[in-house]
Design a protein around this ligand. Structure first.
Ligand SMILES: *[C@@H]1O[C@H](CO)[C@@H](O)[C@H](O)[C@H]1NC(C)=O
Ligand SMILES: *[C@@H]1O[C@H](CO)[C@@H](O)[C@H](O)[C@H]1NC(C)=O
Length: 403
């Protein structure tokens, strides 16, 4: 889920003392793993899975017979003292860690009780410009119209690792949101931003010690999120590609997509405006589908259409949907990331069952929109982010069978 441009930081100084607090915590040395909850919801419109993209209004009624699936991955964490459990979306496409907070100016329905900072002994509003009477406000907007507005605070955040040991991060900067809207509500209490940026959870864990995280998203109920040494992705079948930063959008993890193969037909980004040597697609755990710019996307869609022998559903608009129950009729899709990271995707990664048809889980966007490698395509891949050597590694894995 990628934030739009409006993000107001009244304080530029975020003190990173977390490297030291992290090592003093009660975590097992080296790393830890936490459980991830997969929540799927269905809707009539594919726009609900467009987390990272502003709705262009093209969609809606043409989809009356089509049910699209949105996959969200959430983690439990505890905030405050005494600790209160919340559930938040895991989002590599944004940086702020926020939760809904009392008192609400406007809150959406969530499953867990809303966090009440007045009941926590460790909650401290974060002053702006070191002026204790001037709490620092934040405002973050996401491309799917979700937003959160509130006050930055420092608070104790606790993660329950799968070994039963808690990992405690005192004085973590969180956004305490008093006016919030989440397009996929009700469910999550907030969002855990894992992108780059000072207020991201990863940055706050400390660059030197915890510069690694990885996840493995399954189709079933539970998946895993790993930090530190638990997050190393290695062994047979592991492929890696370089991550890039772009100055105009510095929080995102950009990868460089060289080509997509549709069966044996390799469609190159070279020769299209999408071609880049410095990162052309954002890897995002908070967006369901994959988004590609028209110039390249239409070539990929045409390549799929030329292989599939069933007629395309006329109502499906810019989505490519086919009335069939048989995924065998679809070509295998391979994503070729720079440096030889070729991801041969499963049919499930690329074809979404929408009732009585299957739709290609790729959407074409305009040239100024972000290209996004979404979580549907990442399903059943163990994906490691190494922010110290700027590599993303992929290993084909049955995520439900892990651990
Ligand atoms: C689709 O939308 C209509 C009208 O909003 C609603 O009545 C119907 O239940 C929806 N169908 C599905 C499968 O979500
Ligand atoms: C909450 O924020 C929205 C979006 O900016 C705004 O329209 C609305 O008036 C705000 N609500 C309150 C109660 O402040």
């Amino acid at each position: 889920m990628s934030p739009t441009a409006t993000m107001i930081f009244l304080s530029l100084q975020i003190i990173i003392s977390f490297l030291f607090t992290a090592t003093a915590s009660s975590s097992p040395p080296g790393g830890f793993t936490i459980d991830v909850i997969n929540r799927r919801s269905t809707s009539n419109s594919s726009s609900s899975s467009r987390f990272s993209k502003t709705d262009d209004g093209e969609l809606g009624s043409p989809y009356a017979n089509t049910v699209f699936t949105t996959s969200e991955y959430l983690m439990k964490l505890q905030i405050g003292t005494p600790p209160v459990e919340i559930e938040a979306l895991i989002d590599t496409g944004s940086d702020i860690v926020w939760t809904q907070c009392l008192p609400c100016l406007s809150c959406y329905d969530q499953q867990a009780p809303i966090f009440d900072p007045s009941k926590s002994s460790t909650y401290k509003e974060k002053p702006c410009n070191e002026d204790p009477n001037n709490p620092c406000r934040y405002e973050t907007h996401y491309a799917d119209q979700s937003y959160s507005k509130g006050t930055f605070a420092t608070e104790t955040v606790t993660f329950q690792s799968t070994t039963g040991q808690p990992f405690v991060m005192p004085e973590t900067t969180i956004g305490c949101g008093h006016n919030n809207s989440l397009a996929s509500a009700p469910a999550a209490s907030g969002i855990i931003g894992l992108a780059r940026g000072d207020s991201s959870l990863i940055t706050q864990m400390g660059q030197n010690f915890y510069s690694f995280f990885s996840y493995c998203f399954s189709r079933k109920e539970t998946s895993k999120l790993n930090f530190g040494s638990n997050a190393v992705v290695s062994g047979d079948g592991t492929v890696s590609t370089t991550m890039f930063t772009r100055t105009e959008k510095p929080i995102f993890y950009y990868l460089n997509l060289d080509a997509i193969s549709v069966g044996e037909n390799r469609v190159e980004t070279l020769g299209t405006p999408f071609y880049s040597l410095e990162g052309n697609i954002i890897i995002d755990s908070g967006t369901t589908y994959t988004y590609l710019p028209d110039s390249f996307c239409n070539k990929v869609k045409d390549a799929v259409d030329s292989v599939v022998k069933v007629a395309r559903e006329p109502f499906s608009g810019d989505m490519f949907c086919y009335k069939t129950a048989d995924t065998e009729i679809f070509p295998v899709i391979t994503m070729h990331f720079s440096g030889g990271a070729d991801l041969v995707l499963d049919k499930y990664n690329m074809y979404d069952n929408t009732g009585d048809s299957y739709c290609l889980a790729i959407s074409c966007v305009g040239p100024t929109e972000d290209a996004i490698f979404g979580n549907r395509a990442q399903n059943n891949w163990l994906i490691g982010y190494d922010t110290s050597s700027e590599l993303v590694s992929f290993k084909s894995t049955d995520c439900a069978a892990l651990y």
